[in-house]
Design a protein around this ligand. Sequence first.
Ligand SMILES: Cc1cc2nc3c(=O)[nH]c(=O)nc-3n(C[C@H](O)[C@H](O)[C@H](O)COP(=O)(O)OP(=O)(O)OC[C@H]3O[C@@H](n4cnc5c(N)ncnc54)[C@H](O)[C@@H]3O)c2cc1C
Length: 378
Amino acid sequence: MHELPEQTGVIVVGAGFAGAATAWALTRSNCGAGIILEREATLGAHASGRNAGLARQVESDPVTLALSVRSMSHIRRLERERGELLRPTGSLTVASGHGVASLVQDHETCRQAGVPTLFMSARDAKARFRFLERLRFEAALWCPSDGVMDIHALLVRYVKLASGFTLHGGRAADELLIAGGRVVGVRSGTSEVRADAVVDACGAWAGQLSREQSPLPIQPLRRHLFVSGPLDYVERDWPFTWSLDGPFYLRPEGDGLLLSPCDETLCPAGVPPADPSAAHLLAEKLSHHAPGLMDVSLRRTWACLRTFVPDRRPVIGPDAVLPGLFHASALGGFGMTASAAVGELAASFVAGTRPDWIDPDLVAPVRFGRSTKLAVPW
Ligand SMILES: Cc1cc2nc3c(=O)[nH]c(=O)nc-3n(C[C@H](O)[C@H](O)[C@H](O)COP(=O)(O)OP(=O)(O)OC[C@H]3O[C@@H](n4cnc5c(N)ncnc54)[C@H](O)[C@@H]3O)c2cc1C
């Protein structure tokens, strides 16, 4: 374990996608160097290493969409320079009833954001993607530029490219150092590290360091993923498929499928235990909306936390109360896809520049004010 310095430029707390991409963006812009503190001894121990890997730009919320589209363009450039990260499978979003209107809306929102999509009837979609015969739906939206990310390769690449930052694994930030009403560093165990800026990129633990002075209304929601046993009809290049009916999603994984019942249960920050009722929920959704997948046997499951604030937009920018503290959190279910743009945005706030590609007020922590109540006690 490296010794911690007494003084540094920027302290990034958390080495998930938010923290690693912020450190990379700060390195790239030559406006900050420093350290990353990560409580776990391994990278990706929480959401960033345990997610579904869907690089999905079909987003209804314009802020999430803008971040995802910009992030994907950074990731594609990274791929050109340093090798593949994304399996370019494309994606399908399928829906029936009221959901079809959402698909039409998403088609238009994507068009405005420059993401090509194709709206198709169920008949046309099934003729083009034969496996869709196994699902029940009325319309589909095909997005050819989506894909499945190698999440561990992406996370490691961010950390390696953040060459201005030293990663300290197995080191938690335990407390903020505050002097004259300003954050001036952190305490980690018996060490104190002073810095010009501290970035809270703590995922489900976001806001804990500043909870007394400036609470954030963080809501960690548990979600389950399942991996099936081998299925002889699955082909590795199937697009990942998100059904708004249910909802649920699936994609090829090994010789079988990775599936999620899109469950959401409020949980305290941590590693949530898997709940057997999630398998029943998945089976019920498949029986209604994917009867051709009822032969799937579930071999492996895990649960992990997606972290939100009530408006479901990310929290990126200077703290509302404490100068010297910055946030990059509440990345919900899109934090891997949007990571490169989240890091870029967080880094521009640390550097004191105002981004011109997004309205920063839409993600600013100040939108919650001081009196916000937490959804779950820590
Ligand atoms: C089941 C599931 C499926 C998902 N699927 C997708 C998907 O398909 N596509 C997509 O784009 N996104 C997906 N996501 C969302 C994505 O995984 C998250 O948005 C993203 O990983 C959040 O990154 P983060 O860095 O904010 O959090 P984390 O990955 O949780 O990283 C935070 C880090 O901070 C560390 N930390 C916390 N407190 C401290 C402290 N005091 N000191 C030091 N270190 C600390 C933690 O140990 C952790 O490593 C999914 C999430 C889940 C749970």
